[in-house]
Unconditional design. Structure first.
Length: 277
């Protein structure tokens, strides 16, 4: 082998070591997913976690294979196993485990398995097992489908502007515990901005509209949305707004603004609206 070729190969080897080392350092120690576990034969792993991210999952449809983008809480793992583990062994084990848990197999191929699992909260967990043709290495992509949890909210000025220009304002920052009318942490921050608006405009009266998604029956959702609207009313009254200026009204699932076929759509339908009277 010529000296120049040897030198190039040596430089390439050093470069790969440096890149590999950088990648390893960039990986943080991420705990195993609480539901989707690694195989017992795994002897090394790397992981990434994001509060919110997206991944395109391969699914089979009547029109053929398609990639469906799912958003939500995101985990990504790279697993290295003992040499006696084959790709078929990896995929078949995850398939059996998914079916045992009541999961739905959405795609199955030589290198990839995609399935979903229901969550206790009524949501959906999406999982892709990808082995990339290697026998003793595979990756997991996991997303707990859910909408973005907004951490930025409009203040009193924006709320007042919407009421003046459109007659109503939708505030997604007001959220409740699952199937309850109890305010979640963070909702008070948004409601205090509403208090500022109502305090500055003492003649302003509003209808507090409660809206839900379609999980549950119509009667149930009407009752739930009414209770949530009344919770908002109680908060505002406790902070100095006259009860006579506030009309709580639950509309249940009757006025959707998005499809209820996806978690993102259902989240948009679960909302509180303030409308000028």
């Amino acid at each position: 082998m010529q000296p120049r070729v040897i030198a190039l190969l040596a430089a390439l080897a050093v470069f790969l070591v440096l890149v590999s080392g950088t990648a390893v350092r960039a990986q943080k120690k991420v705990p195993d997913h609480p539901v989707i576990k690694p195989l017992p034969e795994v002897n090394r792993k790397e992981g990434v976690f994001h509060k919110f991210n997206a991944h395109k999952f391969r699914i089979k449809t009547e029109e053929g294979d398609q990639d469906k983008e799912i958003r939500g809480k995101y985990w990504e793992y790279s697993y290295y196993t003992t040499d006696d583990v084959s790709g078929l062994y990896i995929l078949e084990n995850y398939k059996a485990a998914a079916q045992e848990k009541g999961g739905s197999i959405l795609y199955e191929g030589k290198e990839r398995l995609v399935f979903t699992l229901p969550t206790p909260e009524g949501g959906t967990l999406w999982v892709e097992v990808y082995r990339n043709g290697w026998n003793n290495y595979y990756q997991l992509y996991i997303i707990e489908e859910q909408p973005l949890k907004k951490v930025l909210t409009f203040g009193a000025a924006q709320i007042q502007h919407e009421l003046e220009t459109t007659g109503e304002v939708t505030l997604y920052g007001i959220t409740f515990d699952f199937n309850k009318a109890t305010l979640r942490p963070g909702s008070e921050t948004v409601l205090l901005e509403v208090v500022k608006v109502l305090t500055a405009a003492p003649d302003l009266k509003v209808e507090i509209q409660g809206h839900t998604c379609d999980i549950g029956g119509r009667a149930y959702n009407l009752k739930l949305s009414q209770a949530r609207a009344e919770t908002v009313q109680s908060f505002l009254v406790q902070h100095g707004i006259a009860e006579s200026r506030l009309v709580p009204k639950g509309y249940g699932m009757e006025m959707p603004v998005a499809s209820n076929d996806t978690e993102e759509g259902r989240a948009r339908n679960r909302r509180v609206v303030f409308k000028k009277i």
